[in-house]
Design a protein around this ligand. Structure first.
Ligand code: GDP
Length: 246
Protein backbone atom coordinates (compact mmCIF):
# COMPACT_ATOMS: atom_id res chain seq x y z
CA UNK A 1 0.00 0.00 0.00
CA UNK A 2 1.23 3.47 -0.87
CA UNK A 3 2.04 5.62 2.14
CA UNK A 4 -0.36 8.50 2.67
CA UNK A 5 0.75 12.00 1.88
CA UNK A 6 -0.74 15.41 2.37
CA UNK A 7 -2.51 15.38 -0.97
CA UNK A 8 -4.70 12.58 0.43
CA UNK A 9 -5.87 14.85 3.27
CA UNK A 10 -9.12 16.74 3.25
CA UNK A 11 -7.70 19.47 5.50
CA UNK A 12 -4.52 20.66 7.18
CA UNK A 13 -4.53 22.33 10.60
CA UNK A 14 -1.93 24.24 12.55
CA UNK A 15 -1.48 23.19 16.17
CA UNK A 16 0.97 24.22 18.88
CA UNK A 17 2.60 22.33 21.75
CA UNK A 18 3.12 24.63 24.75
CA UNK A 19 4.19 24.30 28.37
CA UNK A 20 7.14 24.92 30.67
CA UNK A 21 10.73 24.13 29.79
CA UNK A 22 11.70 20.43 30.01
CA UNK A 23 8.22 19.02 30.43
CA UNK A 24 8.82 16.86 27.36
CA UNK A 25 7.28 18.77 24.47
CA UNK A 26 9.95 17.76 21.97
CA UNK A 27 10.08 14.22 23.35
CA UNK A 28 6.32 13.89 22.80
CA UNK A 29 6.68 15.01 19.18
CA UNK A 30 9.57 12.64 18.63
CA UNK A 31 7.53 9.80 20.08
CA UNK A 32 4.57 10.73 17.91
CA UNK A 33 6.84 10.50 14.87
CA UNK A 34 8.21 7.15 16.11
CA UNK A 35 11.63 8.56 16.70
CA UNK A 36 13.89 7.12 19.33
CA UNK A 37 13.40 8.37 22.90
CA UNK A 38 16.57 9.88 24.30
CA UNK A 39 17.34 11.06 27.79
CA UNK A 40 19.43 14.15 27.46
CA UNK A 41 20.81 16.62 29.92
CA UNK A 42 20.85 19.31 27.30
CA UNK A 43 17.79 21.42 26.81
CA UNK A 44 16.25 20.72 23.45
CA UNK A 45 16.15 23.42 20.86
CA UNK A 46 12.93 21.99 19.56
CA UNK A 47 12.09 20.54 16.20
CA UNK A 48 10.23 23.50 14.62
CA UNK A 49 7.34 21.42 13.42
CA UNK A 50 6.28 17.95 12.42
CA UNK A 51 3.49 16.83 10.14
CA UNK A 52 1.27 13.90 10.95
CA UNK A 53 -1.80 12.49 9.22
CA UNK A 54 -4.76 11.26 11.29
CA UNK A 55 -7.96 9.51 10.39
CA UNK A 56 -10.88 11.15 12.17
CA UNK A 57 -14.37 9.86 11.74
CA UNK A 58 -13.87 8.89 8.11
CA UNK A 59 -11.74 11.90 7.11
CA UNK A 60 -8.00 12.12 6.65
CA UNK A 61 -6.58 15.32 8.10
CA UNK A 62 -3.06 16.55 8.59
CA UNK A 63 -1.79 18.30 11.69
CA UNK A 64 1.20 20.57 11.32
CA UNK A 65 2.40 20.52 14.91
CA UNK A 66 4.67 23.33 16.03
CA UNK A 67 7.09 22.78 18.89
CA UNK A 68 7.77 25.79 21.11
CA UNK A 69 10.62 24.21 23.08
CA UNK A 70 13.52 26.58 23.54
CA UNK A 71 11.39 29.73 23.59
CA UNK A 72 9.21 29.00 26.59
CA UNK A 73 11.96 29.87 29.08
CA UNK A 74 11.84 33.43 27.88
CA UNK A 75 8.05 33.37 27.84
CA UNK A 76 8.48 34.48 24.30
CA UNK A 77 5.89 32.54 22.44
CA UNK A 78 4.74 35.29 20.27
CA UNK A 79 1.52 36.45 18.81
CA UNK A 80 2.93 35.43 15.46
CA UNK A 81 3.22 31.83 16.55
CA UNK A 82 -0.31 31.78 17.84
CA UNK A 83 -1.58 33.20 14.59
CA UNK A 84 -3.80 30.78 12.75
CA UNK A 85 -3.50 28.14 15.46
CA UNK A 86 -6.46 25.79 15.43
CA UNK A 87 -5.57 23.53 18.35
CA UNK A 88 -3.18 23.31 21.28
CA UNK A 89 -1.50 20.58 23.31
CA UNK A 90 -0.69 22.02 26.74
CA UNK A 91 1.92 19.98 28.60
CA UNK A 92 3.10 19.78 32.20
CA UNK A 93 5.40 17.31 33.90
CA UNK A 94 3.81 15.13 36.61
CA UNK A 95 7.19 14.99 38.39
CA UNK A 96 7.44 18.79 38.60
CA UNK A 97 4.71 20.59 40.51
CA UNK A 98 5.92 23.99 39.34
CA UNK A 99 5.24 23.02 35.75
CA UNK A 100 1.66 22.37 36.86
CA UNK A 101 1.17 25.61 38.81
CA UNK A 102 2.60 27.55 35.89
CA UNK A 103 -0.14 26.21 33.63
CA UNK A 104 -2.18 29.23 34.62
CA UNK A 105 0.36 31.44 32.88
CA UNK A 106 0.00 29.41 29.72
CA UNK A 107 -3.76 29.37 29.91
CA UNK A 108 -3.82 33.16 30.29
CA UNK A 109 -1.40 33.65 27.46
CA UNK A 110 -3.37 31.36 25.16
CA UNK A 111 -6.55 33.25 26.03
CA UNK A 112 -5.09 36.67 25.41
CA UNK A 113 -3.01 35.85 22.35
CA UNK A 114 -5.76 34.00 20.63
CA UNK A 115 -8.29 36.63 21.46
CA UNK A 116 -5.96 39.22 19.98
CA UNK A 117 -4.85 37.43 16.91
CA UNK A 118 -8.06 35.71 15.91
CA UNK A 119 -11.42 37.30 16.02
CA UNK A 120 -12.92 33.96 15.60
CA UNK A 121 -16.06 32.63 16.95
CA UNK A 122 -15.25 28.97 17.39
CA UNK A 123 -13.29 27.70 20.40
CA UNK A 124 -9.72 26.49 20.22
CA UNK A 125 -9.54 22.93 21.47
CA UNK A 126 -6.86 22.21 24.03
CA UNK A 127 -5.65 18.81 25.11
CA UNK A 128 -3.97 18.85 28.52
CA UNK A 129 -1.14 16.34 28.95
CA UNK A 130 0.51 15.40 32.24
CA UNK A 131 3.73 13.97 30.80
CA UNK A 132 6.43 11.66 32.31
CA UNK A 133 3.70 9.47 33.80
CA UNK A 134 6.17 6.57 33.69
CA UNK A 135 8.15 8.14 36.56
CA UNK A 136 5.83 6.92 39.32
CA UNK A 137 8.47 7.24 42.06
CA UNK A 138 9.07 10.92 41.52
CA UNK A 139 5.49 11.96 40.88
CA UNK A 140 4.57 15.33 42.42
CA UNK A 141 1.26 16.07 40.72
CA UNK A 142 -1.66 13.82 41.49
CA UNK A 143 -3.81 12.71 38.55
CA UNK A 144 -6.86 14.29 40.18
CA UNK A 145 -5.29 17.75 40.06
CA UNK A 146 -4.89 17.44 36.30
CA UNK A 147 -8.45 16.19 35.92
CA UNK A 148 -9.78 19.00 38.07
CA UNK A 149 -7.92 21.69 36.17
CA UNK A 150 -9.02 20.37 32.82
CA UNK A 151 -12.61 20.17 34.01
CA UNK A 152 -12.74 23.60 35.59
CA UNK A 153 -10.50 25.69 33.44
CA UNK A 154 -10.23 24.78 29.89
CA UNK A 155 -9.23 21.55 28.36
CA UNK A 156 -11.27 19.40 26.10
CA UNK A 157 -9.52 16.28 27.31
CA UNK A 158 -6.85 15.31 29.76
CA UNK A 159 -4.33 12.53 29.38
CA UNK A 160 -1.38 11.41 31.39
CA UNK A 161 1.27 10.62 28.82
CA UNK A 162 4.74 9.20 28.62
CA UNK A 163 7.07 10.08 25.78
CA UNK A 164 9.28 7.30 27.11
CA UNK A 165 6.80 4.41 26.93
CA UNK A 166 4.49 6.04 24.35
CA UNK A 167 1.45 5.78 26.63
CA UNK A 168 -1.43 7.95 25.42
CA UNK A 169 0.82 10.00 23.10
CA UNK A 170 -0.85 9.08 19.82
CA UNK A 171 -4.26 9.18 21.47
CA UNK A 172 -3.79 12.74 22.75
CA UNK A 173 -2.92 14.07 19.28
CA UNK A 174 -5.57 11.96 17.62
CA UNK A 175 -8.22 13.46 19.91
CA UNK A 176 -6.93 16.94 19.14
CA UNK A 177 -7.22 16.19 15.40
CA UNK A 178 -10.77 15.04 16.04
CA UNK A 179 -11.80 18.19 17.91
CA UNK A 180 -10.14 20.54 15.44
CA UNK A 181 -11.91 18.85 12.53
CA UNK A 182 -15.20 18.84 14.43
CA UNK A 183 -14.90 22.57 14.99
CA UNK A 184 -13.34 23.72 11.72
CA UNK A 185 -14.79 21.32 9.15
CA UNK A 186 -17.56 19.23 10.73
CA UNK A 187 -18.96 18.39 7.34
CA UNK A 188 -15.90 16.30 6.56
CA UNK A 189 -16.91 13.86 9.25
CA UNK A 190 -18.89 10.74 8.51
CA UNK A 191 -21.14 11.29 11.50
CA UNK A 192 -22.15 14.77 10.41
CA UNK A 193 -25.87 14.54 9.88
CA UNK A 194 -27.11 15.58 6.42
CA UNK A 195 -30.27 16.96 7.97
CA UNK A 196 -28.17 19.39 9.93
CA UNK A 197 -26.34 20.45 6.78
CA UNK A 198 -29.65 21.18 5.08
CA UNK A 199 -30.98 23.16 7.99
CA UNK A 200 -27.82 25.15 8.27
CA UNK A 201 -27.61 25.86 4.59
CA UNK A 202 -31.18 27.15 4.46
CA UNK A 203 -31.04 29.41 7.49
CA UNK A 204 -27.64 30.54 6.35
CA UNK A 205 -29.25 31.90 3.20
CA UNK A 206 -32.03 33.59 5.10
CA UNK A 207 -29.73 35.38 7.51
CA UNK A 208 -26.91 36.11 5.13
CA UNK A 209 -24.74 35.13 8.07
CA UNK A 210 -21.23 33.80 7.68
CA UNK A 211 -21.16 31.60 10.78
CA UNK A 212 -23.29 28.50 10.64
CA UNK A 213 -26.23 29.40 12.88
CA UNK A 214 -26.58 26.10 14.74
CA UNK A 215 -23.00 26.14 15.93
CA UNK A 216 -23.24 29.82 16.69
CA UNK A 217 -26.28 29.25 18.83
CA UNK A 218 -24.58 26.43 20.68
CA UNK A 219 -21.59 28.54 21.66
CA UNK A 220 -23.69 31.56 22.47
CA UNK A 221 -25.67 29.51 24.96
CA UNK A 222 -22.48 28.29 26.57
CA UNK A 223 -21.05 31.78 26.68
CA UNK A 224 -24.14 33.03 28.48
CA UNK A 225 -23.91 30.18 30.96
CA UNK A 226 -20.25 30.58 31.82
CA UNK A 227 -20.30 34.37 31.98
CA UNK A 228 -18.06 36.85 30.29
CA UNK A 229 -14.98 36.57 32.51
CA UNK A 230 -14.52 32.98 31.43
CA UNK A 231 -15.12 33.12 27.73
CA UNK A 232 -15.73 29.57 26.68
CA UNK A 233 -12.73 29.24 24.50
CA UNK A 234 -12.64 25.86 26.25
CA UNK A 235 -16.18 24.82 27.00
CA UNK A 236 -16.40 22.70 30.11
CA UNK A 237 -19.22 20.58 28.92
CA UNK A 238 -17.01 19.03 26.30
CA UNK A 239 -14.49 17.83 28.89
CA UNK A 240 -13.98 14.18 29.27
CA UNK A 241 -11.22 12.72 31.31
CA UNK A 242 -9.07 9.76 30.59
CA UNK A 243 -6.29 8.52 32.77
CA UNK A 244 -3.25 6.66 31.77
CA UNK A 245 -3.99 2.99 31.33
CA UNK A 246 -7.73 3.40 31.49
P1 GDP B 1 10.94 20.28 26.34
O1 GDP B 1 11.90 21.32 26.80
O2 GDP B 1 9.58 20.50 26.92
O3 GDP B 1 10.90 20.07 24.87
O4 GDP B 1 11.43 18.88 27.00
P2 GDP B 1 12.28 17.72 26.33
O5 GDP B 1 11.51 17.00 25.31
O6 GDP B 1 13.60 18.27 25.91
O7 GDP B 1 12.47 16.75 27.58
C1 GDP B 1 13.20 17.16 28.72
C2 GDP B 1 13.81 15.93 29.38
O8 GDP B 1 12.77 15.10 29.89
C3 GDP B 1 14.63 15.08 28.42
O9 GDP B 1 15.76 14.60 29.13
C4 GDP B 1 13.71 13.95 28.08
O10 GDP B 1 14.43 12.77 27.78
C5 GDP B 1 12.92 13.78 29.37
N1 GDP B 1 11.55 13.30 29.11
C6 GDP B 1 10.65 13.85 28.27
N2 GDP B 1 9.51 13.16 28.31
C7 GDP B 1 9.68 12.15 29.18
C8 GDP B 1 8.84 11.08 29.64
O11 GDP B 1 7.67 10.92 29.26
N3 GDP B 1 9.37 10.23 30.59
C9 GDP B 1 10.63 10.38 31.05
N4 GDP B 1 11.06 9.48 31.96
N5 GDP B 1 11.45 11.38 30.64
C10 GDP B 1 10.98 12.25 29.72
Amino acid sequence: MMPLDESDCAATYKVLVVGEHSVGKTALLNRLMNREFRVSMMPTIGVDFVKKIFEVDGALVQLVIWDTAGQERFRSITRLQYRGVQGIVLVYDVTNSQSFTHLQFWINSIHSEIRHSQHQYEPIPIILCGNKADMADSRQVDTRRGEKLSREEMAFEFYETSAKTGDNVFLAFQRLAYHVTDICDPKLMKSYHPFMIKQEDMSHKQNGDSVTPKRKQKWKAKKAKVGHSKLPVFPRSLCCVSQQGS
